[in-house]
Design a protein around this ligand. Structure first.
Ligand SMILES: O=C(O)C(=O)C[C@H](O)[C@H](O)CO
Ligand SMILES: [Mg+2]
Length: 402
């Protein structure tokens, strides 16, 4: 069996997606996601100019060998562009293997560990009252877990407060828009949101919050401590994780569960965090961390330390990644939760899929492969549109982490 051709499809049904389609000499094809929000065309070039020429003639059944070939063979290891390109190939190859075997991907991974995949939705509002109302709407929709982000008085366009209630699309401008940040203001306000959420809805639902890399380790420890009475499911990306040791300081001061890793590319980004038990949930996902082949290595290492998975699932990850993630989540023994930011109707139409939401859970389908396809004719109607993530600056103009 051989790979005979592969192509990259870029489409923008409301936001940009990079999709790889690999064809084999047996008439079977596979689909993979390589979207890198705000830097999409770098992955397109990496795939078209440097990966696809090497794939032609290879045996698509050799998923592991092709992964090693693209990782070790590049010499230049890791990084978001390389690892997303590898992920796109990997997803397409698992899709092909599933179709050849007549089995859904979760069966190939080892079979079902659970009936459904618990997800969390994104509630946000301009202030505490609006955010509390938004959480109520998610509860009415049957969600068991909800991430809550609020606008903060005095902070321009605080992270997580989007346009619309069901979609949050931060990559919103042809050049990066400038948002603000002020830790003092956030520390004054965010705990009050969770106080009000618990007072309004009680403690039956899981609540989550994303610090989006804004706090220093000391500030993060302070926030974690202040949030303890509200029993969060997790506090995410509370400080940047390039320095994995930084989490020791946070851990010493708070029992609020910590999640990190949506920007991790490989197991090396998470190794010390995992082995020192500095986090509780790992946010790495299929497109970010080199596909299913590499993500399961991360999950296995994490399982030795009772750390559970919580795959990134924002809308910049295409339905192809969501499909793969749901097969992974259905299998992985140390599953924690799956993020689920709904895609727009236009996106869902471009990527027909067989997963579905019901009462706070997502369910992957039983179609052979990962169950997500691309309607190329429809995709062609939505050409690429440059869109950047925002940047963040402090009040005095200093560049900060968005
Ligand atoms: O979903 C989350 O937790 C995020 O932090 C979303 C990110 O801002 C988004 O994926 C950036 O492209
Ligand atoms: Mg996040």
């Amino acid at each position: 069996m051989k790979i005979v051709s592969a192509k990259v499809i870029v489409t923008c049904p409301g936001r940009n997606f990079v999709t790889l389609k690999i064809h084999t000499d047996q008439g079977v094809y596979g689909i993979g996601d390589g979207t890198l929000n705000g830097r999409e065309l770098a992955v397109v070039s990496y795939l078209e100019d440097h990966v696809i020429p090497c794939l032609i003639g290879m045996d698509p059944r050799r998923i592991e060998d092709i992964w090693q070939y693209l990782y070790r063979g590049a010499y230049w290891r890791r990084g978001p562009v390389t690892m997303r390109a590898i992920a796109a190939v990997d997803m397409a190859l698992w899709d092909i293997k599933g179709k050849m075997a007549g089995m859904p991907v979760y069966q190939l991974l080892g079979g079902r560990s659970r009936d459904g995949v618990m997800v969390y939705g994104h509630a946000n509002g301009a202030d505490i009252d609006q955010t509390v109302d938004a959480v109520g709407k998610y509860i009415d929709l049957g969600y068991k877990a909800i991430r809550a982000q609020t606008g903060v008085p005095g902070i321009k366009d605080a992270y997580g407060v989007g346009r619309g209630t069901m979609y949050y699309e931060p990559a919103d401008a042809a050049l990066p828009s400038v948002t603000g940040w002020d830790t003092r203001k956030a520390l004054n306000y965010v705990p009050k949101l969770f106080e009000k959420l618990r007072a309004t809805y009680g403690f039956d639902h899981h609540l989550l919050h994303d610090g989006h890399h804004r706090y220093t380790p000391q500030e993060a420890a302070n926030l974690g401590k202040m949030l303890e009475p509200y029993q969060l499911f997790w506090l995410e990306d509370v400080t940047p994780a390039e320095n994995q040791e930084a989490f020791k300081l946070i851990r010493q001061h708070t029992v609020t569960p910590l999640a990190v890793g949506e920007i991790f590319n490989t197991i090396w980004d998470a190794k010390d965090l995992i082995q020192n038990q500095l986090i509780d949930y790992l946010r790495a996902t299929v497109v970010g961390a080199g596909g299913l082949t590499h993500l399961r290595r991360l999950a296995d290492l994490a399982s030795l330390y009772q750390i559970r998975t919580g795959c990134h699932g924002a809308t910049d990850l295409s339905p192809v990644t969501m499909g793969c993630a749901l097969h992974f989540d259905t299998w992985v023994p140390n599953f924690g939760i799956q993020e689920y930011m709904r895609h727009s109707e236009e996106t869902d139409a471009v990527f027909p899929h067989d997963y579905h939401f019901d009462k706070g859970y997502l369910f992957c389908g039983e179609a052979p492969g990962h169950g997500v396809d691309i309607d190329e004719e429809l995709a062609a109607k939505y050409p690429y549109k440059p869109a950047y993530l925002p940047v963040a600056r402090l009040e005095d103009g200093t560049m900060w982490n968005w």
